[in-house]
Design a binder for this molecule. Structure first.
Ligand SMILES: [Zn+2]
Ligand SMILES: [Zn+2]
Length: 366
């Protein structure tokens, strides 16, 4: 077994996705493939090394163990790398077929394959995100053909086992010192010869149907949250499992509240008199019918924040609610009546120290 870092071998970042991993391996496998480098020991080693890295990183469980415990962890679960080329090719048979299109065999249409994932975008108000919601969508999708139970064969009709592949759907050929598995050309991978395809689905095993789907949106979802409805995507092909349906949520902007994680923020406009003297104001709270009375302390400053704990959004994965932060936006009047001006001028005279005088004292002028 190898001791070099697998990510380093494939030259990919630690958070590389499935496709990226596959691509990186493909590149190396093409370069160091024993078929292209006959008798080259160095290429052989590189090929084995890359194959081992790929074997681990493409497998979710192995990758997780490797990420956490390194090579030792893999040994602990009984993984010892590959013994030789035969090992590699029997493990990756399908992949090499994809990579190199050996044997000219693969039309791609007949092997059991998982159905396509579907995506549906949905807009929610902040109130709906707060309380959760029953969702309902209806759309057309491919589902398993009931008439033939997805087999594509007219029920009761004769089915012959393919004689070329003995019903396995693939044939193994030898090229040089390794073996290649390819799709059986006679039955196109079905393993059976269908003499009488299902008329309902033309032998596809699936048909298009309108589908209604109900689902629950839990309280606390955020912008970009995704719901995954397993098996609600398109039907698989030739007996493969169906894909999944992803519902991607978009939260509309709220006129009062903005959101950061589970916390809510609101700008509260108050007059300078309310700021100076203090006041009680009423504000709406999500999930509550009646307004909440909030005390503005005497002498509040512009930008002061009043935090109401536990009145934010519900936590999606926690029981605790976030907080609500009220930022005071003190409004200074732009127009004053004659009387208001008099009052303020009188107020100014009553102040013991004026700000300009303080600055004057500090800088020794005025
Ligand atoms: Zn059918
Ligand atoms: Zn066959």
């Amino acid at each position: 077994m190898n001791n070099r870092d697998y990510y380093e071998i494939l030259d990919i970042p630690r958070d590389a996705g499935e496709e990226e991993i596959k691509k990186a391996y493909r590149k190396l496998a093409m370069k160091y493939h024993p078929d292209k480098n006959p008798g080259n020991k160095d290429a052989e080693e590189q090929f084995k090394e890359a194959s081992e890295a790929y074997e681990v990183l493409r497998d979710r469980e192995k990758r997780q163990i490797y990420d956490q415990y390194g090579h030792e962890g893999l040994k602990g679960m009984g993984f010892n790398g590959f013994n030789g080329f035969n090992d590699i090719f029997s493990s990756f048979g399908d992949i090499f077929e994809d990579f190199f299109s050996f044997g000219g065999g693969r039309s791609g249409g007949t092997r059991a394959r998982k159905g396509k994932d579907l995506r549906y975008d949905m807009e929610l108000t902040l109130e709906e995100a707060f309380s959760g919601k029953e969702g309902n969508i209806s759309f057309k999708k491919w589902v398993r053909c009931e008439a033939c139970e997805g087999s594509g064969i007219t029920p009761g009709s004769e089915v012959k086992i393919c004689s070329t592949c003995q019903g396995t759907g693939s044939i193994i050929t030898s090229q040089g010192f390794f073996r290649i598995k390819t799709t059986c050309p006679k039955c196109n991978g079905r393993g059976k010869i269908i003499t009488n395809p299902c008329r309902e689905c033309n032998g596809e095993g699936k048909v298009q149907r309108k589908k209604d789907i109900n689902f629950k949106i839990p309280p606390g979802v955020d912008n970009g949250s995704q719901l995954r409805l397993r098996g609600e995507g398109e039907a698989g092909e030739h007996g493969g499992p169906p894909g999944d349906l992803f519902i991607v949520l978009h939260i509309k902007e709220h006129e009062l509240f903005s959101r950061e994680g589970d916390d809510l923020f609101a700008e509260i406009p108050i007059s300078f008199v309310q700021a100076a003297l203090g006041d009680n104001i009423s504000i709406p709270i999500l999930g509550q019918e009646e307004l909440k009375e909030v005390k503005i302390p005497q002498g509040s400053q512009p930008g002061d924040v009043i935090t109401l704990s536990g009145l934010g959004m519900p936590g999606l994965n926690r029981r605790q609610r976030g907080d609500l932060h009220l930022r005071l936006n003190v409004r200074i009047p732009k127009k004053l009546s004659g009387r208001q001006k008099e009052i303020l001028e009188e107020f100014a005279r009553s102040e013991e120290t004026k700000t300009p005088n303080i600055i004057g004292k500090i800088f020794g002028a005025g």
